[in-house]
Design a protein around this ligand. Structure first.
Ligand SMILES: CC(=O)SCCNC(=O)CCNC(=O)[C@H](O)C(C)(C)COP(=O)(O)OP(=O)(O)OC[C@H]1O[C@@H](n2cnc3c(N)ncnc32)[C@H](O)[C@@H]1OP(=O)(O)O
Length: 414
């Protein structure tokens, strides 16, 4: 059912109208189109995945795109429609165009066999109404130079190498990211060359006074064990240099490599502080720091998750322990998900989801189920906040069964 005003219609945007699509987003996000940026950061939304609302005058009034992503979940992964590049012309806001586009997006995801959608929210107040739940947090650290780390055996034997970050490193970097993030829910691979180009692209217009980006690798012989991109910005105070080093992304395959990487980044000459990239809230760095108090920590919402096909989404993941619980789910946008479902998991965490008429143990909206999906939230805590209802024992059982040993995070914004 369309919620569009009269005369408006949904269109799949053909490649020859890509510039029109871009113009709507440029207006919505206050971005000035820069062809120099485009040379190193090609437009990443694939053909067939640019969708718009066209106004009665034939102009595009609102746009959105999607990526075909594989969302890592506890014990597996699931095809995921990543909602992105959502923009409404400033003169077309608040007349239901986003609402219509989200409906189109979820329908198209289901047609493509994507039982889950995910996104990064420009503003957190926007997407909960559509059943997206905030499923993970990330933390950014501002660290003083020479912040001490606890020792890790084997770190000193590793070597550190620095060079300019080149576009040709995209596949190497992506491969290491993937291996470093295995077992971490939400750790999304970049599925296309255009998305990988954004990992290593360093357009001068985006540097904000920082030097051209550098690549640091930590190696055991020739074997790359950790990798990071960083850049420094100069500043001189009364007492001398006060440079900042900003780390764009960082991945390590094991604890010695993480230790060696951060030991290097935390002691660059001329710097007084180091800014970390988005990290999982349980990233090894947080545990390695001897003293966290002088480090500024800023926690923010990370990826948001929306279950589109509830049984397909839930059975794509494992539980941490056996479970037998009946959920009563509300879902105003996708009524096929609403009603009572019985979730039964064996000791291996293999989950079966079936319709039932038994009384519910837990009542919740699909938004909270999406938030719980990656294993980084607690049904018990949601109960304490009044966001889900159920006996304490049932909420506890659901919490421990859905929990992930590692906190979920997606290390890049899409
Ligand atoms: C995944 C991503 O791409 S996130 C990027 C989102 N894009 C942006 O932030 C770019 C700038 N903003 C915009 O383009 C638009 O204002 C949008 C996309 C945020 C909203 O589009 P609109 O067409 O105005 O939304 P629509 O009219 O469908 O609003 C639906 C509801 O959401 C609410 N809403 C919309 N935007 C916001 C917001 N930024 N904050 C809080 N509530 C909002 C509306 O008030 C409305 O509420 P109601 O149903 O209670 O009346």
């Amino acid at each position: 059912m369309s919620t569009l005003p009269d005369g408006y219609r949904t269109v799949v945007v053909p490649p020859e109208r890509r510039d029109e699509f871009r113009e709507v987003d440029d207006l919505a996000f206050a971005v000035t189109h820069d062809p120099e940026v485009e040379k190193v950061m090609p437009f990443p939304v694939p053909d067939g995945r640019m969708v718009a609302v066209e106004g009665p005058d034939g102009r595009l009034a609102a746009v959105h795109g999607s990526y075909q992503l594989d969302l890592p979940v506890p014990g597996g992964q699931v095809p995921c429609g990543g909602l992105t590049w959502v923009g409404v012309r400033p003169d077309q806001r608040r007349r239901g165009l986003l609402t219509s586009m989200v409906r189109t997006h979820v329908e198209r995801c289901l047609e493509r066999g994507e039982p889950v959608s995910a996104l990064f929210a420009a503003e957190p107040a926007i997407y909960g109404r559509f059943g997206y739940g905030s499923a993970a947090d990330d933390v950014r650290l501002t660290l003083p130079r020479r912040a001490a780390l606890r020792p890790v055996a084997g770190s000193d034997a590793l070597t550190v190498h620095v060079e300019r970050l080149e576009a040709s490193y995209a596949d190497l970097v992506e491969d290491l990211h993937r291996r470093a993030g295995r077992r971490r829910p939400g750790w999304m691979p970049r599925t296309t060359p255009e998305l990988r180009a954004r990992l290593v692209g360093d357009p001068p217009a985006w540097r904000q006074g920082y030097e051209a980006a550098l690549l640091v690798t930590v190696r055991d012989g020739d074997d790359v064990r950790a990798i990071a991109a960083f850049a420094r910005k100069d500043a001189w105070g009364e007492a001398g240099p006060e440079y900042t080093a900003k780390v764009r992304w960082a991945s390590a395959l094991d604890a010695p490599a993480a230790h060696r990487l951060w030991s290097f980044l935390l002691d660059l000459d001329l710097t007084t502080k180091v800014e970390s990239p988005m990290l999982a809230v349980d990233d090894p760095l947080l545990h390695l720091l001897v003293d966290l108090r002088p480090t500024r920590r800023r926690v923010s919402d990370n990826v948001w998750v929306r279950l589109l096909d509830l049984p397909a989404a839930l059975t794509a993941r494992r539980t941490a322990r056996a479970l037998d619980v009946v959920l009563d789910v509300t879902d105003t946008l996708l009524p096929a998900n609403a009603g009572t479902w019985r979730l039964v998991a064996d000791d291996d965490g293999v989950l079966e989801v079936s319709r039932t008429s038994e009384p519910a143990d837990v009542r919740l909206d699909v938004r909270e189920l999406g938030a719980l999906y990656l294993g980084g939230r607690s049904a018990t805590a949601f109960g304490a906040a009044g966001l889900v209802q159920g006996e304490a024992a049932a909420l506890d059982r659901l919490t421990t069964a859905l929990a992930s040993p590692l906190a979920p995070v997606c290390p890049w914004v899409f």
